[in-house]
Design a protein around this ligand. Sequence first.
Ligand SMILES: *Cc1c(COP(=O)(O)O)cnc(C)c1O
Length: 391
Amino acid sequence: MSIQSSVVAAEGKFGDFGGSYVPEELLAVLSNIASEFEKCRKDPEFEKEFRYYLKEYVGRENPLTFAKNLTERCGGAKIYLKREDLNHTGAHKINNTIGQILLAKRMGAKRIIAETGAGQHGVATATVAALFGLPCTIYMGKYDTERQSLNVFRMELLGATVVPVEKGQGRLKDAVDVALQDLVENHANTYYLLGSAVGPHPYPTMVKYFQSVISEESKRQILEKEGKLPAAVLACVGGGSNAIGAFAHYIDEKNVRLIGVEPAEAASLAEGVPAVIHGFKCYALVDEHDNPKPTYSIAAGLDYPGVGPEHSYLKSIGREENVTVTGHEALEAFQTLSKVEGIIPALESSHAVAYAMKLAPTLPKDESIIVNLSGRGDKDVRQVYEMLKNK
Ligand SMILES: *Cc1c(COP(=O)(O)O)cnc(C)c1O
């Protein structure tokens, strides 16, 4: 059984977006990963193993919860929440790290490396590296290691080595550069486990494949509950992995609106221009020299100046709608969902919830919308406490 929808990239191109804009030596390494991935996705044994860990370790399938109280409060369409927050480690990222580490194992990798910004992907990678007993090095901007010291400790508890990257601005971009350099030098025994639906081919295609389980489940679940497809599916967009997974099985369903919600403070799709960053082409927030601009979102996971190539393509053909929500609105939604449903959402996911609260009242009561609740908010409680206290 295939878990991907019919939009498949030819050599990693999504229209004019995507591709691999990388040095020759890296291209060879990436081509090898791409061909190994193609073998895996055709292999029923690989599929079986992937499904096994999703069920027994991640805890899938997770529910599609009808948010009755939130629906009554908003009026209009029924709001359903796809509960990625209930996964082991508290977010959707684990779907991808499980898939990629199984690939790494098949490729005979003896060592895992990854980049991380706020630390969420680093934690998800360190988790699966521990599960499969592989040594793991996480590159993280020095500035980020200082802001996110608890996540650094979490990764260390899980047995990973966290390397603070001092070069450049000591941010995510610099960590990506160092990780790619490591891959070029050590590809014979090392696998680079990338965290979102971004980067050069085959990462966007691969990450979508593993995250598509979200919409595979939600489509079956909504048909069981409502007997028809939703009017819209909403997801927050940072790099775009939870969103592309939440959209994948609806892309060919032309009557289902796909709505990507970005923070107004880092709106690559809504306000970016086509540019090549981090080895692929996408809508990006860049300065006059095509360098990624610094962004600031209250949700660390959405703080990225680019966006996945498939989202860029779906926007360019008018299939995906792109909207923005301010940090303030997300913070309100964070509190509302907590109060009325007893679910504390991640600040990232709160952006999607905030837009759902605006959209639902404009739609008839017999329609439904699905919000992908990409993660739980435990990680954000301290930050929200500080923000509310200092208001
Ligand atoms: C990392 C993260 C995101 C953003 O990443 P995408 O690749 O855009 O999905 C969103 N929500 C949560 C909870 C995250 O941890």
